[in-house]
Design a protein around this ligand. Structure first.
Ligand code: SF4
Length: 219
């Protein structure tokens, strides 16, 4: 590896270490905002959270899980009733179709248990790497990747830890910079940080602990 590239990589690693340290100080126990009591509920809530606030999802899921508590229950649920129940989360037709199809696959292929590997999770309807990463860490404590949502992608790019806006590329770049044991923490603490400090439109840079090391890319 040429010396210049090696140096750049070591600088990025040092920056990532600083960022992780500061995020852990700010958020000692970062957790998802979604209310869920088991892997199944977390999976459904995460699917519903696409293009929707967590607060809105949390308003909808109690009724949904009261009517259809398990994958087996939801697998047999009438589509129109599920649509009605989750309507306020947006894109409700697709989401209803997806959570029913996921429930059916979990029931028939995985004996009613949410699978605990990336390989199996991404075979479920409505589940891509981002959702699978959230479920793997939140429900099983497994770090198989870094969920790159809008907050994580934006902050990583602004800080100069990611080269662009493609979530798949950003995930790979960040996985190379942060220790595997911290991947779930990186995701959840960056989501909080994005909501509280590094806002998409009005980032609070003067109050930010990263001001001296942030490239403020895109600003
Ligand atoms: Fe975001 Fe500004 Fe902090 Fe950079 S300095 S991480 S742009 S709030």
């Amino acid at each position: 590896m040429p010396a210049g590239i090696k140096k750049k990589k070591s600088q990025l690693l040092a920056k990532a270490a600083l960022v992780l340290d500061a995020l852990q100080k700010r958020y000692p126990e970062p957790q998802t905002h979604l209310v869920a009591h088991n892997a199944w509920e977390l999976l459904v809530a995460t699917i519903l959270s696409a293009q929707c606030t967590d607060a809105r999802v949390n308003m909808v899921t109690p009724a949904l899980f009261a009517l259809w508590p398990s994958p087996r229950d939801l697998a047999a649920a009438p589509l129109e009733k599920v649509e009605e129940c989750i309507r306020s989360t947006g894109f409700y037709r697709n989401k209803a179709k997806n959570i029913i199809a996921a429930a059916q696959r979990i029931t028939t292929v995985y004996a009613g248990e949410v699978p605990s590997t990336m390989h199996d999770l991404i075979t479920l309807a409505g589940v891509a790497r981002k959702t699978a990463n959230v479920v793997l860490w939140g429900a099983f404590g497994r770090n198989e990747g870094i969920a790159v949502d809008t907050h994580v992608g934006r902050i990583a790019f602004r800080l100069g830890l990611a080269s662009g806006h493609d979530p798949a590329v950003t995930e790979k770049e960040m996985m190379a910079l942060f220790p595997k044991t911290a991947w779930g923490v990186v995701n959840h603490s960056m989501v909080w940080f994005g909501r509280q400090v590094c806002d998409a439109r009005k980032p609070l840079c003067q109050e930010c602990e990263f001001l001296q090391i942030c490239e403020r890319n895109g600003l």
